[in-house]
Ligand binder design. Structure first.
Ligand SMILES: Cc1ncc(COP(=O)(O)O)c(C=O)c1O
Length: 410
């Protein structure tokens, strides 16, 4: 990893890597910056030009010479995503599966786990709805039980509570690193230490964190990790990947198999492949696969440590500017907060805020209680506005954003 110069620049009182951050280049290489103020990076970030070029070029090649032929001609670019993803999260390419989104990646691993009656699944309060629905379905099918780990006083997973919940019936610890509905960053490394000490399987939904912050699966100690391409990695929609630890891959039989995941070796027998690609489909989005490889390289070229610091700085600034307006409530929890800023404006519904901002060319989303029922339900927040910043956003955009919020307040 590139060494980051953190010497303080005394003239500007900020770390050197931030002072030297080439924002002009980041924005120049992001064509969407000319059209919108995009604070919806946790929805789908604006793709940089090299990613757009890679996807479009591959599609054009498919149109020109045929889809199978384009894949064969560009095989190196198609295969590159495995190396790129492995380098990004510190694993081997054999431990990576390219899957069309984070949910399906997560599902392919989760539904491979053989649960039996009484097995306990421990999850986070802020768990994502799709994951929780899968726990409930699995519980109905197998008699396993799902339990939420209490939060600590900061609103993040209580690691001590988790430790106290461990017994021989806990089959899986499955948590969301960064929730869809807030700036919280759950203590994934500390959870990993508990899982490792107890020898329990650890599944991490890193959909909102990969690309946003440095992720090292060895340091975190997770056995399985899922993520998407379109969010903080700035890749194309319809892409994602799954990591499964080498020793675990062959113990997990995917819920679906096809002729890519397995080989029909005799009339009455098949053999499942031994790498993580057993969780993939045969047919896939090749242009997106090439694009995701380029997106990961692009993210790495900026140095994720550096962009992570910039994202946090922008988000902190946005939070404090919004609070200073006096009519905005910030909802983000946790000790460390990321680029997702969630809030409500007094007297204006979240949907109205979103609609009014959209009319001004500003993109945000709304999170609803049903997206993370345990969390927003308990906090009695039926909906909130989610503004999510990326490193290519500017301080000037934060200023414009706060003016816009002021203009729509009552
Ligand atoms: C925490 C979390 N997990 C999973 C997902 C699902 O990702 P995808 O839409 O790529 O399946 C999301 C999407 O917002 C999310 O926020």
């Amino acid at each position: 990893m590139k060494c980051v110069d953190l010497t303080i620049d005394s003239a500007h009182k900020q770390p050197m890597d931030q002072a030297n951050f080439d924002l002009a280049r980041a924005r120049r290489e992001t064509p969407g910056c000319e059209n919108v103020l995009h604070f919806n990076n946790a929805g789908a970030a604006l793709m940089p030009q090299p990613v757009v070029d890679a996807v479009v070029n591959h599609l054009q090649l498919e149109a020109a010479i045929g889809g199978y032929e384009a894949k064969n001609r560009e095989l190196q670019a198609v295969e590159h995503v495995y190396d790129a993803a492995a380098r990004l999260i510190n694993c081997t390419p054999e431990e990576i599966a390219f899957i069309e989104n984070a949910t399906r990646a997560w599902d392919m691993a989760f539904y491979s786990i053989p649960f039996k009656p009484g097995d306990r699944i421990l999850t986070a309060k802020c768990e994502y709805s799709s994951n929780y629905i899968a726990y409930l379905q699995m519980a109905q099918r197998t008699g396993a039980v799902v339990e939420a780990i209490p939060n600590d006083e900061h609103g993040q997973i209580s690691v001590s509570a988790l430790r106290n919940m461990i017994d021989e019936r806990v089959k899986l610890i499955s948590i969301t690193h960064v929730p869809t509905q807030g700036g919280l960053v759950n203590p994934a490394v500390a959870v990993g230490a508990v899982a490792r000490d107890a020898g329990i399987l650890y599944l991490l939904d890193a959909c909102q964190s990969v690309g946003q912050m440095p992720i090292d699966v060895k340091r975190i100690g997770c056995d399985i990790l899922s993520t998407t391409g379109r969010k903080y990695l700035r890749g194309p929609r319809g892409t994602g990947f799954l990591y499964v630890r080498r020793d675990l891959i062959e113990q997990l039989e995917p819920p679906f198999l096809d002729l890519h995941a397995a080989t029909w070796v005799a009339n009455d027998r098949y053999e499942i492949r031994s790498d993580a690609r057993r969780f993939e489909n045969w047919e896939m989005y090749y242009a997106g696969k090439v694009g995701l490889g380029v997106a990961i390289d692009y993210a790495s070229s900026w140095n994720v440590e550096t962009t992570w610091r910039r994202i946090k700085k922008l988000a902190d600034e946005l939070r404090s500017r919004l609070v200073a307006l006096g009519f905005v409530t910030i909802h983000d929890l946790g000790v460390e907060r990321c680029g997702i800023v969630t809030f409500n404006v007094e007297g204006v519904s979240a949907v109205e805020v979103q609609r009014s901002l959209a009319a001004l060319g500003i993109n945000v989303t709304v999170s609803y209680e049903e997206g993370s029922r345990l969390d927003l339900g308990e906090r009695q927040i039926p909906h909130l506005v989610r503004a999510s910043v990326h490193y290519y956003n500017s301080e000037e955009e934060i200023e414009r954003f706060c003016h816009a919020v002021t203009s729509i307040s009552r």
